[in-house]
Design a protein around this ligand. Structure first.
Ligand SMILES: Nc1nc2c(ncn2[C@@H]2O[C@H](COP(=O)(O)OP(=O)(O)OP(=O)(O)O)[C@@H](O)[C@H]2O)c(=O)[nH]1
Length: 680
């Protein structure tokens, strides 16, 4: 017997395959997709059944100007190319027709009564007739409401509120390539402390920006733009990779180009290396500004050599990294730097559609006593205008006024441009997106939904990678790369560890060492891990107190080891899903060594002050000097005044001795911990 494809039948019936599948869902046909096929007989039967359903429906709604079915029919009978117009017409019909009422997925009985122009008690009576017990303040679903509405001679249309709100999540919506226009690059300046980040930003501003106009606002707004010939370059005003990465950890990637400032008299330093890792992790191209070339001790070639050692091969040495010698003090090299920024931007083909509802990112926000919530927005797509209804996180409102980076009032701004907006209901979060909504209802709905989402998110934890659940995530295809940050006490062990870990690549998961350096685990390492969904491995080093707190908040998995082999074994087992039940440590607290005393027997006792948590007699102690682990061992004595004690709490002093260790020094940090067996 001839077979008919579902989509063919749908076409014959003037409906979409989806609609047809839905309609015959209850009948006993084996149909799952538009490509399923059915016998000709079955197709005939379906046609008959649908016809019948259609007739019933028409009869039921006789006497009404327009029923849902009529409206649909109207639409279906139009040519495909007219469909869009038809939708508009239908919308108008719905607006005009007073027999049609529109509701969301649910409605409160009282509201339904209002819409139907009847008493709530009449609705309640009808509901009882349907076997639904509801008082006037209770919600009923749209299906029930439709039956009740029908009884009062009205047709109910369910408006998809969700799609209204989802419309403004238009960020992922691909703009038509023909609507895209070139946009200015957004630049962040990074580098080691005192290498001249702020001076460089100031030098650029001073050479390129004219003074602010009176009457505007004059404070710095977190970003500014400069004109280079007839083009613009936008600089984010908070230098440093910490700000860059904390924005990225919140999901905001607004930087197109990173300027790495390296002082020509100092060279590549730890934070330079960190900045390189941070920019690379974000896949942002780096331009190196070799600063302070006015200094007699400046040595540009040495800097280039050091860049090579860090995988940045200068262009004039045959590589791809653009380097520009500058002096922020003398304002030399600034024009060349700006030209290079434009060149790199050109290669990136930075484009956005200026003719659409704007989407931007909050760069900075604060509460101004006089003006209320103020936020600097970097527009990413579209054009932001005064009077636009905007929403960012749980904050929404109509833009009352806007000021550009020169403090001048503006009416509208396009892609890549920073602008201060007034009119939000509350101070939004830096790093959050800001959307323009079509109307106030959508904006308020969105903000409300965001509030609910936030609550939900607070309840369930975010899914950051951890060794515990790594294998599950690999299996589910959620993770294809395991990003790792390594911190260690000496360079040699860091290199050995990264080499060994790289060899653990499997077909399912690739191991990337996104940053490795010498020193304790810092807040910056944790933020990089958070933004890049990485885990942090410390070898002979520990996180400082700040880092511990941030790791907890950002849910970053930090693992510390004293033996390289154990680190490798853990990662290997995690990749294979065989992380054995393990003994984990629980940190009890930290204490600082404030004084040391030598006993006549040669042993040393440290006078300590417990900073947080507690230190107990049976805890193990890790001795840290600059967050590097110097010694690990047991407590030999714990005393307050002359008495032995079981524990000492935060805020108290005591004397402590360590088993087999006497080289305690003032300023050392003692971390107390216990080992616990946990089930996995
Ligand atoms: N000679 C000379 N000194 C400079 C130059 N650029 C900056 N400096 C000096 O270097 C010091 C540090 O400059 P900043 O701009 O504060 O450096 P930074 O990188 O922003 O420092 P942090 O914000 O503390 O990380 C200041 O004393 C500047 O005056 C330069 O081109 N030449």
């Amino acid at each position: 017997m001839t077979k008919v494809r579902v989509y063919e039948l749908a076409k014959e019936l003037n409906m979409s395959s989806k609609e047809l599948i839905e309609k015959i869902g209850d009948l006993d046909f084996d149909i799952s997709s538009h490509m399923s096929s059915i016998d000709e007989d079955e197709a005939e039967l379906i046609k008959e059944l649908l016809d019948e359903a259609d007739r019933n429906n028409t009869e039921k709604k006789k006497g009404k100007n327009h029923t849902n079915m009529d409206i649909k029919k109207d639409m279906e009978n139009k040519d495909k190319k007219d469909e869009f117009d038809a939708l508009g017409e239908i919308q108008e019909v719905i607006e005009d027709d007073n027999t049609i009422i529109k509701i969301g997925q649910n409605i409160i009985v009282r509201d339904l009564a209002d819409k139907l122009g009847v008493n709530a008690s009449q609705i309640i009576t009808k509901l009882i007739g349907l076997g639904v017990m509801a008082n006037q303040n209770q919600n009923i679903d749209a299906d029930t409401a439709a039956i009740v509405a029908d009884e009062f001679g009205k047709t109910l249309v369910v408006e998809d509120e969700k799609s209204d709100v989802d419309d403004i999540f238009d960020l992922d919506h691909e703009d038509n390539p023909k609507d895209l226009r070139q946009r200015p690059p957004v630049v962040t300046v990074m580098g080691h402390v005192d290498h001249g980040k702020t001076s460089l930003l100031d030098a650029i501003r001073q050479t390129k920006v004219t003074v602010s106009e009176a009457g505007g606002i004059t404070q710095h707004i977190g970003a500014y733009s400069v004109n280079v010939d007839d083009k613009k370059v936008v600089f984010l005003d908070t230098p440093g990779h910490e700000a860059f990465t904390s924005m990225r950890a919140r999901g905001a990637s607004i930087t197109d180009i990173a300027i790495l400032v390296v002082a020509a008299d100092d060279g590549v330093m730890p934070q330079t290396i960190e900045a390189i890792s941070h920019a690379k992790a974000a896949e942002v191209p780096i331009i190196v500004a070799i600063n302070k070339i006015d200094k007699p001790t400046a040595n540009i070639d040495r800097i280039k050599q050091e860049l090579v050692e860090n995988d940045l091969l200068p262009e004039d040495w045959g590589g791809e990294t653009i380097t520009v010698p500058v002096s922020a003090r003398d304002k030399t090299g600034i024009d060349e730097l700006l030209e290079m920024i434009l060149l790199v931007a050109e290669m990136q083909e930075l484009k956005a559609n200026p003719n659409r509802n704007a989407v931007g990112t909050i760069v900075e926000a604060q509460l101004d006593k006089g003006m209320g919530p103020m936020a600097t927005v970097l527009v990413q797509k579209g054009t932001l205008k005064v009077g636009d209804m905007v929403v960012s996180g749980t904050s929404s409102g109509r833009i009352r006024a806007m000021f550009d980076d020169k403090g001048k009032r503006v009416k509208k701004v396009g892609p890549s441009m920073p602008v201060v907006i007034l009119g939000l209901s509350e101070v939004p979060n830096a790093g959050d997106l800001l959307y323009v909504a079509d109307n106030e209802k959508i904006a308020r709905n969105y903000a409300q939904r965001k509030k609910e989402q936030l609550r939900e998110e607070q309840l369930k934890s975010r899914s950051k990678v951890s060794l515990e659940d790594l294998f599950e995530k690999i299996k589910e295809g959620e993770i294809k790369d395991l990003n790792i940050i390594i911190k260690s006490d000496v360079r040699g062990s860091m290199e050995a560890l990264s080499q060994s870990l790289r060899k653990l690549d499997t077909e399912e998961v690739k191991i990337n060492i996104i940053h490795g350096s010498v020193g304790g685990i810092t807040e910056s390492d944790i933020m990089l891990a958070s933004a890049s969904n990485a885990i942090v491995i410390g070898f002979n080093v520990r996180p400082n107190l700040n880092a511990i707190e941030v790791a907890k908040r950002e849910e970053v998995d930090v693992r510390t080891y004293r033996v390289i082999y154990e680190a490798i074994e853990d990662i290997q087992s995690a990749v294979k899903g065989m992380l054995a039940p393990k003994i984990v440590e629980e940190v009890l607290g930290r204490a600082e060594v404030r004084a040391t005393f030598r006993l006549p027997n040669g042993n040393t006792i440290a006078g300590i002050y417990v900073l947080n948590g507690k230190v107990t007699r049976n805890s193990k102690i890790r001795l840290l000097r600059d967050d590097i682990v110097i010694f690990e061992g047991a407590v030999s004595s714990l005393k307050r005044f002359k008495d032995d004690v079981r524990e000492v709490l935060a805020g108290y002093e005591s004397g402590i001795g360590l088993e087999n260790y006497n080289d305690l020094k003032e300023g050392d940090m003692l971390e107390a911990y216990i080992l616990k067996e946990v089930e996995r």
